[in-house]
Design a protein around this ligand. Sequence first.
Ligand SMILES: [Zn+2]
Length: 379
Amino acid sequence: MERFAVMLLIAIMLFGCTVPSRTWNESTTSTVSGNVSVNDTPPFIDGSNPLKNRPPVVSLTSGNLTGYAPFQPSPIYYSCDDEDGNLDYCQLLSDGVVIKDSRTAADMSLDSSEWPTFTTAGKHTLEFRAVDKEGETASSSIVFTVTSTGDQGSGGVTQIPMGMRSLYGGNLAWPVGCELGVNCSISNYPDLDKDGRASCGNTYEGHEGTDIAVNWDQMDKGMDVYAAADGVVQWVFDGRYDRCTSFGPDAVITNPDCAPPSEDMYPGGISGYQVCTDLGPYCSAQKRIEKGWTQCYFCFWGGNVVVIRHPDNPYVFVTRYDHFRTGSITVRPGDTVTAGQKIGQVGSAGRSSGPHLHFEVWSDWYAPLDPWTTSCTPQ
Ligand SMILES: [Zn+2]
């Protein structure tokens, strides 16, 4: 047992020595996030013989650009191939410098120990390149931004999984498994100044979130909802009816869960489309004075709701997700989640007239912010 412990210590020491790339300043929070794009060069075919002289193909198959400072990334996987078997070599370049080289067509990975060091803020490029014996090349590049937030403290990083769109300056992942304008739309933007208008598009007076709408067919097939940032699940409400089409008093005919609450609000209370939290440890006397709270609970009108806290994130305090499909929620209070992790599926529970995700971003307890001030679409 003791020998094992010593060997483990040596292994840790050795491993530590093989990772010289941790040149981040400990006091600097560094982010790899957002604006991740994969540009696949489409293979083109030699006109004289479509079965010969095909250019090679590279593609990114999976991977995450993840990491807190000191940077500890997840592996990236990519494939490199040439259909007519003439591959000469396959390379991975970091900001133009070859960091991995292969002479065979293969599914390849870039694991943590091979990961290049990104010590400067700004745009960086990882390029996957294949060259065949006819000298034709194909390449696929990932351009991403490394930002430094100076002395804002440790943590505070949201990593957007590769291939996912981002919003709020790259600090949040797009929270639905759909492509905006293709199979979903933003039906309402936030209206935080309560003037009934939103510069990006539709809204209604006092709407505090972003509504991302899909159709019933997509809901029935299952449209995933993702955590928009790393965090800890705060509250979960599930089990309410999920096919509401209206939410006035008449909605009780469809299902009582679609109609206005018939009871007063109270901590933990659930009635109609309303579900109320119990604030638990957040309900301190000091907090009540500090915040001017007279009530010690929050009520949501989304029926099936998830609220995630982001304790290490300097930009986002809480994200909130409403209207889930009944029984689809896959997280529980206290669970740690990462950006892009599935937390449930889109539904039409609560105060809803059709399948959509109502997505809120808070800067403090129940202080919604507008994540669309710099762009009206995910990046
Ligand atoms: Zn909404």
